[in-house]
Design a protein around this ligand. Structure first.
Ligand SMILES: *Cc1c(COP(=O)(O)O)cnc(C)c1O
Length: 430
């Protein structure tokens, strides 16, 4: 550990994972722009390849800049270890890969990032996996959906696009009872607002593309392992509990204990799927995380002001921000994300599809982009973009119907954001 894990969040977001460079004393984490690493001798190389010694072999597997980021995110999430990868979607596959096999299923929330709905409802079928989508506010339905072939439960802490909050304690109680890991996508909340492992999550996945990097420069993902799940408790997770032929019959759970999932992610996942994060991306994300708490506080403060203003405006029907006292999710905020409900929500605009499209085109400060968690304020009409591949029913279930726009509130002056929305709403509803 480079930083005492009992330090406060603001200290850890700067220091965790980062030590002065042993070769040069460089204070900032260097970008180790190298593919390979020289072995001390043949025995050293053999020990590394046998997983008997931890070290650097080849940057598809491990890289010092990426390792610093992995340690920082694991520390901020309160996890045992983490594996970074090339995007948030890569992280989702990396999280499921050790758990699933043909015929197995994941129980997923119906309120997820649109791309995840597509990945889970279409693409993973090619691997012989399937997803069952359930309303995660209906805890009995989640319980009922789990069967003998279920290998994971998956949800977002603050759900895209509506900013709805998932009762992680209730969901983890259900997954625990079934002996199944809970995977929480913590992209929209970040570990500053929500720490899913404290609410029973087994794995936490991130699109580091969003708030962690914070300024829309690089894509990346991360899988954090709580280190708390007993993979050998039954025969459901043979990749982790049974002998691995590619490593002379080594059993990951037995050999690596709480780091089993992380080692598997590197030694099998990155080695064979190759969804590796590059050191440049890790550098940008390390820079971003240094100011995470400062940005998140401002994101939340601005989101609250903008959401209140929009809710009171007669040109809107409703605003889904969980930070508003009127939200059915408001009561979950102190429990799940005590520092605020994030900065992502949807607005129903009077005038439906046409008014939404006009609003998007009339805004000046807000950028019309398929992204969130930028310092800049962003807007998207989900039904014509990110959620376009979904059926009308899926769109409604995901809170992305035709008359709804999604806002990602940035850290500009809130008054400027409100003025921009005011002039654009005037044009949209004229
Ligand atoms: C963006 C996003 C993803 C996908 O991440 P990429 O980095 O774009 O692959 C997954 N989940 C959530 C909640 C997201 O916002």
């Amino acid at each position: 550990m480079s930083a005492d894990p009992t330090y406060g969040f603001d200290t850890l977001q700067i220091h965790a994972g980062a030590r002065p460079d042993p070769a040069t004393g460089a204070r900032q984490v260097p970008i180790y722009q190298t593919t390979a690493y020289v072995f001390r001798d043949a025995d050293h190389a053999a020990a590394l390849f046998n997983l008997q010694e931890v070290g650097y072999i080849y940057s598809r597997l491990t890289n010092p800049t990426v390792a610093a980021l992995q340690e920082r995110i694991a520390t901020l999430e309160g996890g045992a270890g983490a594996v970074c990868c090339s995007s948030g979607h890569a992280a989702q596959i990396m999280a499921l890969f050790p758990l699933m096999s043909p015929g197995m299923n994941v129980i997923a929330s119906s309120r997820l990032y649109g791309g995840t709905v597509t990945q889970f409802s279409q693409t993973i079928k090619r691997f012989g996996w399937s997803a069952t989508f359930v309303d995660f506010d209906d805890h009995d339905a989640v319980k009922a959906a789990i069967d003998d072939n279920t290998r994971a439960v998956f949800c977002e802490a603050i759900a895209n696009p509506g900013g709805h909050i998932t009762d992680l304690d209730a969901i983890s109680a259900i997954s625990d009872e079934a002996g199944i890991p809970l995977i929480v996508d913590n992209t929209s909340a970040t570990p500053y607002l929500c720490r899913p492992i404290e609410h029973g999550a087994t794995l936490v996945v991130h699109s580091t593309t969003k708030y962690l990097t914070g300024n829309g420069t690089v894509t990346g993902g991360c899988v954090v392992d709580s280190g708390k799940f007993d993979w050998a408790a039954n025969d459901k997770f043979p990749s982790l509990s049974e002998p691995e032929p590619a490593y002379h019959g080594l059993k990951f759970a037995e050999t690596f204990g709480p780091l089993a999932f992380t080692f598997h992610g590197i030694a099998i996942g990155l080695r064979d799927l190759g969804m590796t994060m590059n050191p440049q991306a890790a550098h940008y994300t390390l820079m971003g995380i240094e100011t995470l708490s400062l940005r998140m506080d401002r994101h939340v403060e601005n989101a609250m002001k903008v959401a209140k203003w929009l809710e009171d405006d007669p040109r809107t029907d409703y605003v889904t921000y969980a930070g508003l006292p009127s939200s059915p999710y408001a009561k979950l905020v102190p429990k799940i994300c005590p520092k605020g409900a994030g900065a992502l929500f949807t607005v129903a605009v009077k005038g439906g599809y046409d008014a939404c499209v006009k609003l998007v085109d009339s805004l000046e400060i807000f950028s019309h982009v398929a992204n969130l968690g930028d310092t800049r304020s962003l807007i998207i009409h989900s039904a014509s973009t990110t959620h376009r591949q979904l059926t009308a029913e899926q769109q409604e279930a995901a809170g992305a119907g035709p008359g709804i726009v999604r806002l990602s509130i940035g850290i500009e002056d809130a008054d400027d954001l409100i003025a921009d929305l005011d002039q654009a709403l005037a044009k949209a509803t004229a």
